[in-house]
Design a protein around this ligand. Structure first.
Ligand code: PMP
Length: 464
C-alpha cells in the first residue's frame, strides 16, 4: 500500500490517523507472513494494531477508539474482559495452567453445557472451532462407518481440508447448478482426493433433501450452521432446518449443527434452542471460552460414546475413535468458560432478549434508511448479528450475493471504520452484552452516515 499516493479520501483519513499501526505493520510483515496471523485481519489500507480492549471498545496504537462490533469474532459475548472472567482466570492461574489430566474445571464446564444446551447429553473439549469440527467429523465417521460428509454451499466450518470447500465466494462458472452445487476448494493446497469426500448441498433449498437421499449410504454426517456466518450472515429457514432433521433421521445420516458461532449467542442453547430443532451432534467455540480458546463437541450419548474409552487400549483402538489434544480442557480456558456460562445461565432472560432486540433494532434502522433514501442495500442477520449487503432482493444463499455491488460494500466498511465502528472487513457485525443502548445508537448512526457517504460516492457513479 503506497501511503503517499492515496487517492481515496477515506483511505487517506484512515492512514493519517493510524501512523503507529502503519509502522507496526511494516515491521511485522518482515517476520510474519502478511504481518497478521489470520487472513481476515488484513484489510485496506492495513490493519490497525490493538493496544487494549474493554467492554465494547477497542483502542489502537494511535489511541483511536472504536466501538467494537467484531467482539473477538463472537467470542466476547459479554464484551472484552468482564471483571468476573478476569478474576476467574487469575484465581485459576494460581493453581496451574495446564495439567494434561482431568480436573474440576472440565467437569464443571461440561455440567454447564449440558444444562444450557437442549441436545447436549455428553460433551468434550478442545481449543478451537476448527478442531471441534475436525474431531466431530471423525466421531461421525467412526460411529456410522461411512466416509463422506455433506455440507452446504456457503457453510464455513473452520480451516481444515475436509470443510474448506465451497465455503467462500467463487466465480459463478465454477459453482455448478443451483440445485446440485460442485465442490470447490477454498484454498490451493487442498488435495482433490480430500474434496471427493465432501458433498456440497444447496442451502435453504429442497433439492438438498434429494441429494441427501441419493447419497445416504455414503454420508456419515450433514453439517449445517444456524446462520451462515462467513457465507454472508444468511439465516437458515426454520422449516428447512426442520425438514433437514426429518430427512437425515429417515436416511440414517447424522445431523451436526456447527454452533461455533451461534452457540450461546442466538439463544443460551444456540441455534437448537432458537429454532427448536435438536441435532445429533453440535460443535462449539468462540463464546464457550468467553474470550479464551475453549471449544467443544456435544451431542447424543450414543454418538459421543464413540470416544468413550474403556482403558483397554487394544479393544479401544478397534471400537473407539481417537480423540486427543495437549491443551484440551486447559485450566485457564475452562475457568473463563465456566465464569461466562454461569453468567449467561444466571441472566439468560435479560441477556438474550436484550441482544436480540438490539440486533433487530440495528437491522431495522439500516433497512428503513435504505428504503427511505433509495439505497440499494439491506441489512440481514438474526439475533445480535447483522451484515449490510449492497444488493436488493431476497438473500437465501451465497449465490444471491453474486449480484452485490462489491465496490460499494468495500467502501462502506472503510467508512464505518472512519466513523468509529470496527467490523472486520467484509464480515458480519455483532453486539455484545457490553454494548449499551447508547453504544448501539452510535453503531446505527455510524452505519447511516456510512451509507450516505457511499451513496454520494460509489453509488452515484453506478459502478460495480
Ligand atoms: N465453524 C464456524 C461456524 C465458525 O464461524 C468458525 C469461526 N469463524 C469456525 C467453525 C472455526 O472456528 P475457529 O476460528 O475457532 O477455528
Amino acid at each position: 500500500m503506497d501511503r503517499d499516493n492515496m487517492k481515496d479520501d477515506v483511505l487517506k483519513i484512515l492512514t493519517e490517523r493510524t501512523k503507529k499501526s502503519y509502522e507496526a505493520y511494516e515491521k511485522a510483515k518482515e517476520i510474519i507472513p502478511a504481518g497478521v496471523v489470520s487472513r481476515g485481519r488484513l484489510y485496506p489500507p492495513y490493519p490497525f494494531f490493538v493496544k487494549k480492549a474493554k467492554g465494547c471498545r477497542i483502542v489502537d496504537y494511535d489511541d483511536n477508539e472504536y466501538v467494537d462490533c467484531a467482539t473477538s469474532y463472537g467470542a466476547a459475548i459479554l464484551g472484552h474482559c468482564p471483571s468476573f472472567v478476569v478474576e476467574a482466570i487469575t484465581r485459576a492461574a494460581q493453581v496451574g495452567l495446564n495439567y494434561c489430566m482431568p480436573h474440576e474445571g472440565t467437569y464443571r464446564l461440561a455440567q454447564l453445557v449440558v444444562q444450557a444446551v437442549p441436545g447436549a447429553e455428553k460433551v468434550t473439549f478442545c481449543n478451537s472451532g476448527t478442531e471441534a469440527t475436525l474431531h466431530a467429523i471423525r466421531i461421525a465417521r467412526a460411529f456410522s462407518g461411512k466416509d463422506m460428509i455433506a455440507k452446504f454451499e456457503g457453510g464455513y466450518h473452520g480451516d481444515h481440508d475436509y470443510v474448506l470447500v465451497s465455503a467462500f465466494s467463487h466465480p459463478e462458472e465454477q459453482l455448478g447448478p443451483l440445485t446440485d452445487p460442485h465442490a470447490v476448494p477454498d484454498s490451493i493446497g487442498i488435495p482433490s482426493k480430500t474434496v471427493e469426500n465432501t458433498l456440497i448441498l444447496p442451502f435453504n433449498h429442497p433439492a438438498a433433501f434429494d441429494k441427501i437421499k441419493k447419497y445416504k449410504e455414503k454420508i456419515a454426517v450433514v453439517m449445517v450452521e444456524g446462520l451462515q456466518g462467513a457465507g454472508g450472515c444468511i439465516p437458515v429457514k426454520k422449516e428447512f432446518l426442520q425438514e433437514l432433521r426429518e430427512v437425515t433421521r429417515e436416511c440414517g445420516v447424522l445431523l451436526l449443527f456447527d454452533e461455533v458461532f451461534t452457540g450461546f449467542r442466538l439463544a443460551l442453547g444456540g441455534a437448537q434452542e432458537f429454532y427448536g430443532v435438536i441435532p445429533d451432534l453440535a460443535t462449539y467455540g468462540k463464546a464457550l471460552g468467553g474470550g479464551l480458546p475453549a471449544a467443544g463437541i456435544a451431542g447424543k450419548k450414543e454418538v459421543m460414546d464413540t470416544i468413550a474409552y474403556t482403558g483397554d487400549h487394544d479393544k479401544d483402538s478397534k471400537t473407539r475413535a481417537h480423540y486427543g489434544g495437549t491443551f484440551n480442557g486447559n485450566v485457564i480456558a475452562m475457568a473463563a468458560g465456566c465464569a461466562t456460562l454461569e453468567y449467561l445461565i444466571k441472566h439468560k432472560e435479560e441477556i438474550y432478549s436484550y441482544l436480540n432486540t438490539q440486533g433487530k433494532r440495528i437491522r431495522d434502522e439500516i433497512n428503513k434508511f435504505c428504503q427511505e433514501n433509495d439505497i440499494p442495500a439491506q441489512a440481514i442477520g438474526e439475533g445480535s448479528i447483522f451484515y449490510t449487503h449492497f444488493v436488493t432482493g431476497e438473500i437465501n444463499r451465497t449465490r444471491d450475493l453474486l449480484r452485490a455491488n462489491l465496490k460499494a460494500q468495500r467502501s462502506f466498511f472503510l467508512h464505518l471504520l472512519k466513523n468509529g465502528v470496527f467490523i472486520p472487513f467484509m464480515h458480519l457485525g455483532m453486539i455484545s452484552f457490553a454494548h449499551k443502548e447508547k453504544d448501539v445508537q452510535f453503531v446505527i448512526d455510524a452505519h447511516l452516515k456510512a451509507l450516505e457517504e457511499v451513496k454520494e460516492k460509489e453509488l452515484k457513479m453506478g459502478v460495480r
